[in-house]
Design a protein around this ligand. Structure first.
Ligand code: ADP
Ligand code: MG
Length: 417
């Protein structure tokens, strides 16, 4: 038991059916349907190997996101193949989540065998829209279709999905109401490492926040600047743009339209509040880059042409950020500085990642695209800890208890028969 949660050491799994939630959500190539990265799949292998070697009948539940969640474009079938490759052992797949076919496949499993169910998001209860609109309690989640159908077939529940620990959904928080539960090895490791750093971070502690999914970043800035876990926050991507807009700076018509279309305009109020309290501890871009005529073109803040869409921080900003990172003793990173996937708009991210690699600070990077950037620049070995979570890492840093942690604590009090 660690942090009031069972570990795999606390369960007797031989011959038992173990329902195991993992996070193997990976970027998918839209045209081919192929997985573009396999970091998260590889990260959960120790847990799966241990459970299988100990003789569990292992049932894996996982989600794969689409650009638009409800469109249900992707199955988890390719993930089963990648899992099999890493494990050196067949992982079965069934194209069903909790219907009769899935239940039958679970019933015939033998000790040591592994079955991956199809994308749990095919069940409406597992969609973010459902989560955010209905806000079900964990007791209510235990009564959803998924849990009602699968829990009776399981003896134990294991969650190894630290990357999804901030989500409040039945596959993550419902089973712990019914089955004796534990966290897997990856969950345990990520939980311990990050709690350890947060307890006494080396100072100054700097957060680098960028990217395009920015609700969590704003949530986290308020708490981490407020409780002084972060001494300074460096901002790029849409985070920096929203902050500058809130300051009354001209980021260009196209950027404002994009931010509005993405639904982030309400964050302007949060941004204003943050700036009124912590202006001197938030670093924002002083220049930007856009693509004009196929080429990178840089503009100082205040002179962005109306027809330019800014897609990266400028070189001057990146150099300022490098100095801050090199002078830090702890750095948490979530989100790239720009559209690093394209050559013309990768410079900001590359320069910041260079500094992350050579700073004496303890560096932690989280988030799918941030991990992809780390690989692209060959910095994996230079970063102290790479966390599979982006959103969950950010929520964890706010100091609030994550929904899955709460559920696992409850599931750890249920005694194994
Ligand atoms: P992570 O996966 O690391 O948590 P996000 O998913 O929040 O990061 O954001 C990553 C994406 O943000 C990348 O695909 C990148 O192209 C995009 N991005 C970064 N900066 C901008 C920008 N200024 N405008 C639009 N997209 C951006
Ligand atoms: Mg991402």
């Amino acid at each position: 038991m660690r942090f009031g949660i069972n570990t795999l050491d606390d369960l007797e799994v031989k011959g038992k059916t173990v329902l195991c939630r993992i996070d193997i959500n990976q970027p998918v190539d839209r045209s081919t349907g192929k997985l573009k990265d396999t970091t998260r799949i590889e990260a959960c292998i120790p847990t799966l190997r241990e459970l299988s070697d100990k003789g569990a009948k292992l049932v894996l539940m996982a989600h794969q996101g689409s650009d638009i969640e409800y469109k249900n474009f992707y199955t988890t079938e390719p993930h089963a193949e990648v899992l099999s490759g890493f494990l050196g052992k067949k992982v079965k797949f069934i194209d069903d989540v909790c219907g009769p076919a899935a239940r039958e496949a679970i019933k015939v499993l033998k000790g040591g065998e592994i079955l991956l169910l199809d994308n749990v998001r095919f069940v409406s209860e597992e969609q973010t829209l459902f989560e955010t609109k209905l806000c079900l309690s964990h007791e209510e989640q235990a009564k959803t279709l998924l849990v009602r159908k699968l829990a009776p077939l399981g003896d134990l529940y294991v969650c190894d999905a630290f990357a999804a620990a901030h989500r409040d959904q039945p596959s993550l928080c419902g089973f712990e109401q019914i089955l004796p539960s534990a966290m897997g090895r990856l969950f345990e490791e990520e939980f311990c490492v990050i709690s350890g750093i947060m307890e006494k971070p080396g100072r100054p502690c700097v957060f680098v926040l960028g990217g395009a999914k920015i609700n969590d970043a704003f949530l986290m800035m308020s708490s981490c600047l407020g409780n002084s876990v972060a001494d300074k926050v460096i901002t790029g991507g849409l985070v920096g743009e929203v902050l500058l807009w809130a300051c009354g700076k001209d980021i260009g018509e196209k950027a404002r339209a994009f931010i509005t279309k993405e639904g982030y305009a309400p964050l302007l109020e949060t941004a204003k509040e943050l700036l009124s309290k912590y202006r001197d501890r938030i670093a924002m871009p002083v220049d930007f880059a856009a693509v004009q005529g196929g080429k990178r073109t840089e503009y100082p803040l205040g002179s962005i042409p109306a027809d330019a869409l800014i897609l990266d921080i400028g070189e001057k900003t990146a150099k300022q950020y490098q100095e801050i990172i090199r002078g830090a003793r702890t750095v948490f990173v979530n989100g790239p500085m720009g559209v690093f996937e394209e050559e013309a708009t990768e410079l900001g991210t590359r320069l910041v990642w260079d500094a992350l690699a050579d700073t004496p600070a303890y560096t932690v990077i989280g988030g799918g695209d941030s991990i992809t950037a780390t690989k692209k620049y060959n910095k994996t070995k230079d970063i102290n800890y790479i966390c599979t979570g982006g959103g969950s890492l950010i929520r964890f840093l706010t100091g609030e208890e994550l929904p899955v942690v709460k559920a696992l604590r409850h599931g750890s009090t249920i005694k194994q028969q």
